[in-house]
Design a protein around this ligand. Structure first.
Ligand code: HEM
Length: 488
């Protein structure tokens, strides 16, 4: 018995327990010194270092109810609570004032943390999604110029031709799952505008998308593992990264060769010939690894997010005939013509519908940050946040708050946006300096696709009566796809 108690694992456990207790005491005394009140803590066993909470969290992920689980935790512990995990703590908050400070006023001290870089960099390298500080500023400055109105307008002709092909394959009055079709469409449109080469033409068909999905799933798993991701290896993930890197590297080489050839003057160039990678080559020059990192970061940021938004929008529309009819009424004045940027932006009701979809089903339901110095967040209570603490911004839970969105917050009701101005209480594209760079791009692409569906089909109805079920990887998607019947 004596030997068991003195065994190495027991000693480690006992030392960690003492360390954890000292860490919490140090935090409490610093908090008191700053005259800040204590934060609610999630109920956890004092002896398991948060493994019990992690276990419950990963169970909820397996059962496709991460968002439900998070909501329930917020209802139980309040808008802000802390979870202690493996010798550090994670602050969960859905409080608009804290989010404003974290993403806006105190942006510089809340960075991405090293865990995110470790999780994503085997695939994404040092791109806008993985870096903080000056490296991020440089990437943001470089990429921002490629999301102007003219650049967004330039993708519309390619979107129209690919969407026309998609719609031809959708039989009127028969069940179809739109989600995989939208994923393919957004991948084809994105790769064409990013690389000048659509993966739709790639043989063997689907290899790029397949590897891309494996790489994304690997990154999501690595992100969930947090500090433990340093120990994670998976040959399937590594092989997928290599395959995608090789593919993109070839396109980068083509772009670099293209650059060394005489170019038409900017005036004589067709606006629709715009290729993101070629524009980056002009900006960065000969740095193949950096070029690959930048295009892959944009592809990851833009593809599943937009496909998720359009699929969930169609899922909800198929269950809300009244909203579909209102939308048909709004677009009827265009008599079936393809809409341009300004016309798409003028569709008020459609913009309310998209806002409401993104409120109920935030495509990025949780945003992670880590604080790099001690600070106090202003808000309902002054909140002491200790250097190194990780913060989970619960966007999904915030978007369901009844005190912000009303007692009917769980209902799909686009009309609420006629008067609602929730400010920092509504952040589907995040906020502050790191606000989504592709927001306008995504909304125009989604609006275009939905308008074309409205113009081509009289009705959209569900082909199964399953309620919405989530799957959360890097972003949110519908677990059961978007199974509907479109009727002409
Ligand atoms: C419905 C569609 C989309 C949603 C809901 C969305 C949401 C978001 C959110 C919440 C962030 C902040 C993430 C964080 O700080 O951790 C973000 C960042 C970003 N998004 Fe989007 N996004 C969408 C579409 C797009 C598209 C289409 C593109 C590009 C083609 C794009 C490019 C980016 C980039 C580059 C960032 C990083 C910005 C930075 O860190 O400075 N997004 N997006």
């Amino acid at each position: 018995m004596f030997r068991i108690i003195l065994s190495a694992p027991f000693l480690c456990w006992a030392i960690c327990l003492v360390g954890e207790s000292l860490r919490r005491r140090r935090y409490a005394s610093q908090r008191r010194r700053q005259a800040c009140e204590a934060v609610n803590a999630a109920t956890q066993s004092s002896f398991l270092f948060g493994i019990d909470w992690l276990f419950k969290f990963s169970q909820s992920a397996k059962q496709n109810r991460v968002l439900q689980y998070h909501n329930a935790e917020h209802i139980k512990y309040g808008n802000t609570f802390v979870v202690h995990v493996l010798g550090s703590s994670v602050l969960h908050t859905c409080e608009p004032e804290y989010l404003k400070a974290i993403l806006g006023t105190q942006f510089e001290i809340f960075d991405l943390g090293s865990a995110r870089h470790r999780a994503f960099s085997p695939f994404l390298g040092n791109g806008i999604f993985t870096v903080s500080g000056p490296a991020w500023s440089k990437a943001r400055h470089l990429l921002r110029g490629n999301f102007s109105r003219a650049h967004i307008e330039a993708i519309l002709p390619s979107l129209e031709s690919k969407l026309a092909t998609l719609l031809e394959s959708v039989p009127s009055g028969k069940p179809v799952d739109l989600q995989p079709l939208f994923l393919k469409l957004t991948m084809d449109v994105a790769t064409e505008s990013l690389f000048g080469y659509s993966t739709a033409n790639q043989a063997p068909s689907g290899a790029f998308s397949e590897n891309f999905e494996i790489a994304q799933e690997g990154m999501a798993l690595r992100a969930r593992l947090g500090v433990l991701n340093a120990f994670y290896t998976d040959p399937k993930f590594s092989n997928a990264c290599v395959a995608i890197h090789d593919f993109v590297d070839n396109l980068v080489q083509t772009a670099l060769t293209h650059r060394s050839m005489p170019q038409p003057s900017s005036q004589s160039r067709n606006r629709n010939d715009y290729v993101f990678l070629y524009a980056l080559v002009d900006q960065i020059g000969e740095d193949p690894k950096l070029l690959r990192d930048h295009v892959l970061n944009i592809l990851v940021a833009g593809r599943d997010t937009t496909a998720g938004l359009i699929s969930i929008a169609c899922f909800l529309l198929s269950r809300n005939e009244r909203v579909w009819r209102m939308l048909q009424n709004e677009v009827s004045r265009f008599n079936g013509k393809c809409l341009n940027f300004d016309e798409l932006k003028s569709l008020k009701y459609l913009s309310h519908v998209l806002k409401e979809v993104l409120r109920l089903y935030s495509i990025t339901p949780l945003i992670g940050r880590q604080v790099n110095q001690d600070t106090v967040l202003p808000g309902p209570k002054s909140l002491f946040v200790q250097k190194g603490q990780r913060v989970a911004l619960s966007i999904h839970a915030m978007h369901r708050r009844k005190d912000i969105f009303g007692e009917d917050a769980d209902l799909f009701k686009p009309e609420r946006w006629e008067t609602l101005r929730p400010g920092w209480g509504y952040l589907p594209f995040s906020g502050g300096s790191r606000v989504c760079i592709g927001q306008q791009f995504a909304l125009i692409e989604a609006s275009y696709i939905i308008v074309r569906l409205l113009q081509n089909y009289k009705k959209i109805t569900p082909s199964d009566l399953e309620p919405f079920s989530e799957t959360v990887g890097l972003t949110l998607a519908s677990k059961n796809g978007c199974k509907v019947i479109l009727t002409q």
